[in-house]
Write a protein that binds this ligand. Structure first.
Ligand SMILES: [Zn+2]
Length: 237
């Protein structure tokens, strides 16, 4: 090896060392940011504020909460989610990403049209009574196929295949029956109506949830995520 190539080799090695050290430092910062400095909400108001702050990060492309390998190790022994979500089954809707939350912080139930069923109500009761969730979010979204079907088939769902009429009928009667499907605003109106209705229904159907709300330990809220912007906007509070 010539003297010049030795010098060049030494410089390259030094740069690799510096880059490696830098990567370790950055990884340490990311670990501490992802795992240690995220405050746990202590009440419903803080829980909702944390969700909306996370959504603002998501909209800005500044998500910071997904250090998967760290989360796995820490979460193997238990969970303590601060909020619960009913989300649509739509593949474009992901509360952990939309609200920029780590695994273990959101208790999520998924069902087309983000409606509630006895099983989903029971799941949320577990979230509230056992896991201590402080907020329940009914999360609608733009361009929802279930809400679109409710509008389109509002007069008769029997032509829908399989078990779909059982699901779609739950949306129609309060939120889609009197809307004009040809009006471009109708889908948004029906989506917000459905989210608000489900939030009220949860409290009406569940004595566990109603008691926690009455005691000031829980808030049930509804909102809609715009798929294009990513922004989640409350439709109730
Ligand atoms: Zn949907």
């Amino acid at each position: 090896m010539t003297q010049e190539s030795k010098i060049h080799s030494t410089r390259v090695d030094s740069r690799h060392v510096l880059l490696a050290v830098g990567a370790v430092v950055l990884a340490s910062v990311a670990f501490s940011r992802g795992n240690k400095t995220m405050e746990e909400p202590t009440n419903a108001k803080e829980a909702i504020a944390e969700l909306l702050a996370g959504n603002a990060r998501f909209v800005a492309g500044m998500n910071k909460s997904h250090k998967i390998e760290i989360e796995r190790a820490d979460l193997a022994s238990g969970q303590a989610p601060f909020a619960a979500v009913i989300r649509c089954a739509d593949s474009r809707v992901a509360p952990e990403i939309c609200f920029d939350q780590q695994l273990g912080r959101l208790f999520v139930c998924a069902i087309a049209g983000n409606i509630t069923t006895p099983e989903i109500t029971a799941s949320l009761e577990y979230g509230v009574a056992v896991l201590g969730t402080k907020a329940i979010v009914v999360m609608g979204h733009s361009s929802c196929g279930a809400l679109g079907a409710a509008l389109e088939h509002r007069q008769n769902t029997s032509e829908l295949p399989g078990s779909l009429p059982i699901l779609i009928d739950q949306i129609i009667s309060p939120c889609a029956m009197n809307l004009d499907p040809s009006d471009p605003k109708s889908l948004g109106v029906a989506t917000a109506c459905n989210a608000n209705m489900v939030a009220k229904e949860l409290i009406r159907r569940s004595p566990v949830i109603a008691a926690a709300v009455e005691a000031g330990e829980l808030q049930v809220i509804a909102g809609v995520q715009d798929l294009k912007s990513g922004r989640f906007e409350l439709t109730s509070n």
